[in-house]
Ligand binder design. Structure first.
Ligand SMILES: Cc1cc2nc3c(=O)[nH]c(=O)nc-3n(C[C@H](O)[C@H](O)[C@H](O)COP(=O)(O)O)c2cc1C
Length: 210
């Protein structure tokens, strides 16, 4: 599980998709089902004003390292600060087993739970005008710890640009849902990256006008 490949995710997602398709309209799309047309790019920054003029923080959760790699590329490229969102009780490989409804993430998903974070608010939070918020896609949505982070911090006055990694799904509406949970801030359209797409991430960051 730690090294989740697109191939083994797809194998699992096929079963999950069957269940998802039985769901109601209005449910989050792509719950567990890979989107073959992913990534869903967006034009963040193309028509919008530059994201923010002040200090930039790259805040990210990463269970298996992929999002961390993109976050590091963004930090290096932008000269931004970094904050790793960590759960108070780190996930084990078994915890991350999306095949098992009784696994930790399976239960968290079923309960729409909010895993406790080791530190909710980054040091110097008030100094940042712009936050790039990174997370893996879990079942078509932002991973639970990103939701805890969004709910637990005050984004008033900040520009927030989501980014994510996934096996194949697009970013979908995950950024909008985080914005709803946060309840404040100027949330921009986000972007999805494949694992290791550091150059693509740097190019994307250039377009944000930071
Ligand atoms: C619980 C769980 C659910 C996942 N759901 C999806 C999904 O719906 N679509 C997808 O493309 N990938 C899915 N993945 C794969 C991850 O999004 C992908 O491996 C991501 O790059 C992991 O990022 P990380 O290494 O930063 O944790 C899932 C992985 C896990 C552990």
């Amino acid at each position: 599980m730690a090294n989740l490949t697109r191939r083994n995710f797809l194998a699992v997602a096929a079963a999950a998709a069957a269940m998802t398709l039985a769901g109601c309209a209005g449910e989050p799309e792509a719950e567990g089902a890979p989107q073959k047309d992913a990534p869903q790019g967006n034009e963040a920054g193309a028509d919008a004003a530059p994201a923010g003029a002040g200090a930039t923080l790259v805040a990210y959760f990463s269970a298996t390292g992929n999002t961390a790699g993109i976050a590091q590329a963004l930090v290096d490229h932008l000269g931004a600060d970094a904050f790793r969102i960590e759960v108070a009780e780190p996930y084990t490989d078994d915890d991350l087993d999306y095949n098992d409804g009784g696994s930790r993430v399976g239960v968290e998903r079923a309960e729409d739970g909010r895993p406790e974070l080791a530190q909710v608010t980054p040091d110097g939070w008030g100094d940042y005008d712009t936050v790039l918020l990174g997370y893996p896609i879990w079942w078509g949505d932002a991973a639970g710890p990103a939701k805890t982070f969004a709910e637990g911090n005050d984004f008033d006055g900040k520009t927030v640009v989501p980014f994510c990694t996934s096996a194949s799904s697009g970013i979908g509406r995950s950024g909008e849902r985080l914005a709803e949970l946060a309840g404040a801030g100027d949330w921009r359209e986000g972007e999805r990256f494949s694992a290791g797409a550091a150059d693509e991430a740097a190019n994307w960051a250039d377009g944000l006008g930071l």
